[in-house]
Design a protein around this ligand. Structure first.
Ligand code: M6R
Length: 613
């Protein structure tokens, strides 16, 4: 969950490392630190709180050198205070370490190290690693070998970056398991290391991703990768197509607002190149899907977490409807601990923005172990989810920085719709006319996204009215039931307002007891096959005096008669209506949080990629 940056080269490492951390602050933001090799020793600056505190500390007390490592933390072990911030330095002052992950056996290791005389300066599990490296450095005199031996003691998943003053031209990095990535960036006579691409994209696009159980030794003009046994491995650089400008806020106040607006582009890019409108056909080549395999599929299990799991719930309805394949949706953290029924003709499809979510990766591994074919819909190129899959659909959203996911929710809705059409086509489940009609519905989607976004001012007016709400319930049915879940998640994540969501039909089975004038009810009632049911839900809500806001389709004459407020959306084909209906809810949550003066992009207690269990 933490962000890591390293630099070695002719330039001053401090601004490069701090600039990289700025781009990774979304990963963790309860403390930050930097270590720079200056005049033959490590100078460290650390601070609790946001990166801005560290920036002013470094400003007041500068450090300068040609090798540096930095870290932005999301606390797991030990309070988020300065003492527990990374980098950690050993007793000798020779070695500094930044770490992403959890040392699962840290208690045993700590006891062992304490018995050997080690003195601990933090409450973190990560500090173990420094002491272990120091233990081996005293006998090995070689940083790589000492790191290799130290890592062999650790249980759990780790991304680690290490510097030693005795090897002042080197940084050693390692990845074990799925605690987030480790990427090496190749510059001209300089090298970069990061847990995530945005940290280094402004400097280079030539990268190598470390696989699990690999170590790298990086100098300003070389990088060598080894397995944990010390065998040197061949590496090949990849060129990243992302534009670093896409990771800037531009004219927007927050990344979340920018990303909400980027949905015109992301939906356009999602469709472009994959849809043949003339012939009514879909192509998803990276899925490696043959007609033969499509016809063998007996079941699809979609597994994901959070927002991505809500996208999966929409996918279930659409894939079952169009392709007539049974689909289960499994929250990844649950899937990994039950005993799922999987055959060789089962597909486990994960959805993940980051492609690094620990629970999702573990669910995929479980699917693989049981013999399923693994597919993923993923945003981050080169992520672990992409690399372990048999086939993938790359979300075309570009980097998503805001912790509250927006464009990485709508893109996979469209991806799953296209997947459903492709599967139906390959399995002869769809006639040509219907297939062409479904494909054609995609044509107008970017324009509909643009229309709904142009209504932001009106949605903001409603947000101002709801800004003091304390409790809310979102209701939806059918294909827009997940829209209710996602709308409620957005509100609670960034505004800290209590928000629950229910399938509309469940209301009368309990939640209706909560309805009174203090319970804000938000009903998703576009013109879809469940519309009439939702109208009756609005009526029942009004009968209990609860204030009701409805998402309704332009031209609807019933809803304005019943609702206190309406957020209008353009008419859209029902299977694609979740893409459009969620946008006013994203905007509502965004403006409520922003008016409340909250930190929209970095809400409390959250991190962008949850790389721990
Ligand atoms: O990177 P992933 O899509 O795998 O992340 C899954 C969830 O952690 C993520 O969607 C989370 O729920 C977001 N904060 C939602 O806004």
């Amino acid at each position: 969950m933490c962000g890591i940056v390293g630099y070695v080269g002719p330039r001053d490492a401090t601004p490069i490392v701090l600039g990289g951390l700025k781009r990774l602050e979304y990963r963790g933001y309860d403390s930050a630190g930097i270590a720079v090799l200056q005049d033959g020793g490590f100078e460290i600056r650390r601070d609790a709180g946001k990166l801005s505190k560290l920036l002013s500390t470094v400003n007041d007390d500068p450090i300068k050198g040609h090798l540096g490592i930095g870290h932005t933390r999301w606390a797991t072990h030990g309070e988020p205070n300065t003492r527990n911030a990374h980098p950690h330095i050993g007793a000798t002052g020779d070695v500094v370490v930044v770490h992403n992950g959890i040392v699962e056996n840290y208690k045993e290791l700590k006891e062992e190290l304490l018995a050997e005389g080690a003195e601990f300066n933090s409450d973190t599990d990560s500090e173990i690693i420094v002491h272990l490296i120091e233990r081996y450095l005293s006998s090995e005199n070689d940083l790589l070998q000492a790191v290799r031996k130290a890592l062999s003691h650790l249980k759990g998943h780790h991304g680690v970056v290490i510097g030693s003053k005795h090897e002042p031209d080197k940084i050693v990095a390692a990845r074990i398991g799925n605690a987030g990535g480790v990427v090496l960036g190749f510059g001209e006579g300089e090298m970069f290391i990061a847990s995530d691409l945005p940290a280094i994209l402004e400097h280079t696009r030539e990268v190598v991703y470390l696989e699990s159980h690999q170590l790298a030794v990086v100098t300003k003009d070389s990088a060598a990768v080894y397995d944990l046994d010390g065998n040197k491995l061949e590496i090949r650089t990849e060129t990243v197509p992302w534009d670093p400008i896409a990771a800037e806020k531009g004219e927007y106040r927050h990344f979340m607002q920018k990303e909400i607006h980027e949905q015109i582009r992301s939906i356009t890019d999602t469709i472009n190149g994959r849809v043949d409108f003339a012939n009514g056909r879909i192509s998803l080549p990276k899925l490696n899907l043959t007609k033969e395999f499509a016809n063998k599929i007996e079941k699809i299990i979609i597994t994901a977490c959070g927002t991505a799991a809500y996208a999966a719930m929409v996918g279930k309805i659409i894939i079952e409807k169009i392709a007539r394949i049974p689909v289960e949706v499994d929250v990844a953290s649950e899937f990994r601990y039950r005993d799922p029924i999987i055959t060789e003709n089962t597909v486990v499809l994960s959805i993940s923005q980051s492609g690094e979510t620990a629970d999702t990766l573990a669910a995929m591994a479980e699917g693989k172990r049981l013999g399923a074919t693994l597919w993923t819909i993923v945003n981050v190129m080169g992520s672990q989810a992409m690399r372990i899959s048999d086939g993938h659909i790359l979300m075309q959203t570009g980097p998503e920085i805001g912790v509250a996911s927006t464009k990485a929710y709508t893109a996979p809705l469209v991806d799953q719709y296209m997947l459903a059409i492709l599967l139906a086509d390959l399995r002869d489940e769809i006639d040509e006319k219907t297939r062409k009609q479904y494909v054609n519905e995609l044509r107008s989607l970017p324009n509909l996204v643009s229309q709904v976004l142009s209504r932001e001012t009106e949605y903001e007016r409603i947000a101002r009215k709801l800004v003091d709400v304390n409790n809310s319930i979102y209701l939806g049915r059918g294909v827009n039931m997940p829209t209710a879940y996602e709308g409620a998640l957005k509100l609670k994540e960034i505004s800290y307002i209590h928000a629950e969501a229910y399938p509309g039909g469940e209301m009368k089975h309990g939640p209706i007891a909560l309805f009174d004038q203090d319970m804000q009810v938000i009903v998703i009632a576009p013109k879809d096959p469940w519309y009439d049911k939702m109208v009756s839900q609005v009526e029942q809500t009004k009968a209990r005096n609860a204030p009701v806001l409805v998402i309704a389709t332009d031209g609807d004459e019933q809803i304005p008669e019943l609702a206190d407020e309406v957020m209008w959306i353009p008419d859209v084909f029902w299977m694609l209506s979740p893409v459009i209906a969620v946008i006013p809810l994203q905007i509502l949550a965004y403006h409520i949080a922003s008016i409340r003066g909250l930190d929209v992009d970095q809400p409390r207690n959250l991190a962008k990629s949850v790389t721990v269990e």
